[in-house]
Design a protein. Structure first.
Length: 317
């Protein structure tokens, strides 16, 4: 019997002025993609560029597919349905979590497992490495955050304080703070938590009106945290020195997926808004660019994930 198989596109946008100029957003202004490939089976829900920009990892229901930076299939990890994935910042290792509860650090060159990380009692749904690649943080459906030694696979710390799945996690630029978000917290219902990474004590919770879909620290400034909420006023910037949080009005575009990422130099922030990717200038918070598919009806309605290349010239979705 023939079985219908879903196919999903992987798309690369070029964002360098020498290749594709960055237009201001107008009614018809957009940057179209320059490369595209289609998965043979399964769905693609997570994309992540390797630190040397040579490989793109694509995670989904069919495991992890590794593509070259020209979208040629390189290799495949048949690990089942991927729920979270993150490259180390400084080598060819990648942490992969699956919906069956597995969490493994792999060598992406040899496709050999390096460390199996056991401790969570339910599936891991968020992963983030410290900037030096020595520590891996994992958020889980079991309502905990665990910190792992990325060089040995040993458990370093377990952080308890959330209610609900810990679906977003991020280290700040100097690795002194960790921000985590869940579907609820012990005091205020939906507050993300800022942790001290020396003592692993909870410093404070952010009181925001709505569930935080995602959060991401500025890649250069360790005091600036971007948060995406499940409301029309979607994008917020928090300053840990003043503890002030402001709404970015230009990002109030309607339904958001929660997916966002800073450009590696911190000058821009890309955020998925349903069927397009908006790019903001992070000095003025004015929209710089909108990325959309050449044919928006070709593969359904939404972008699911995005990742900047380390040189800031390309985005893969």
């Amino acid at each position: 019997m023939l079985r219908k198989v879903a196919i999903f596109p992987i798309i690369i946008f070029f964002l360098t002025n020498t290749l594709v100029p960055l237009p201001k957003i107008t009614e018809a202004g957009q940057t179209e993609y320059v490369q595209r490939t289609v998965l043979g089976r399964g769905s693609a829900t997570i994309v992540d560029w390797s630190p040397d920009d040579e490989l793109i990892a694509v995670g989904g229901t069919g495991g992890v597919w590794f593509y070259t930076n020209t979208l040629q299939l390189s290799s495949h990890l048949d690990v089942g349905h991927v729920s979270a994935m993150a490259w180390t910042p400084n080598d060819n290792h990648i942490a992969v979590a699956t919906t069956n509860g597995g969490l493994v650090i792999w060598d992406a060159t040899t496709l050999e497992p390096l460390f199996e990380l056991n401790g969570h009692t339910d599936a891991v749904v968020s992963l983030a490495w410290s900037s030096d690649g020595t520590l891996l943080s994992s958020g889980s459906l079991d309502e905990t955050v665990r910190i792992w030694d990325g060089t040995s696979g040993e458990l370093v710390e377990t952080l308890i304080g959330h209610v609900g799945q810990v679906h977003a996690i991020s280290w700040n630029a100097d690795d002194t703070r960790l921000a985590t978000a869940s579907s609820g917290s012990s005091n205020t219902g939906f507050a993300p938590i800022i942790w001290d990474t020396q003592s692993w004590e909870k410093l404070y919770e952010l009181e925001l009106d709505g569930i935080v879909n995602n959060l991401a620290w500025h890649p250069i400034d360790p005091t600036i945290l971007a948060l995406n909420l499940n409301r029309v006023e979607a994008l917020w910037i928090h300053d840990t020195e003043s503890r002030e949080t402001i709404n970015i009005e230009g990002a109030n575009q309607g339904f958001e997926t929660g997916v966002m990422e800073w450009r590696p130099d911190g000058s821009q922030l890309a955020m998925i808004v349903t069927s397009v990717v908006l790019i903001f200038d992070t000095t003025t918070w004015e929209p710089l660019n909108v990325l959309r598919r050449n044919d928006p009806n070709e593969f359904g309605e939404f972008f699911a994930s995005l990742s900047w290349s380390s040189n800031g010239e390309r985005i893969v979705t």
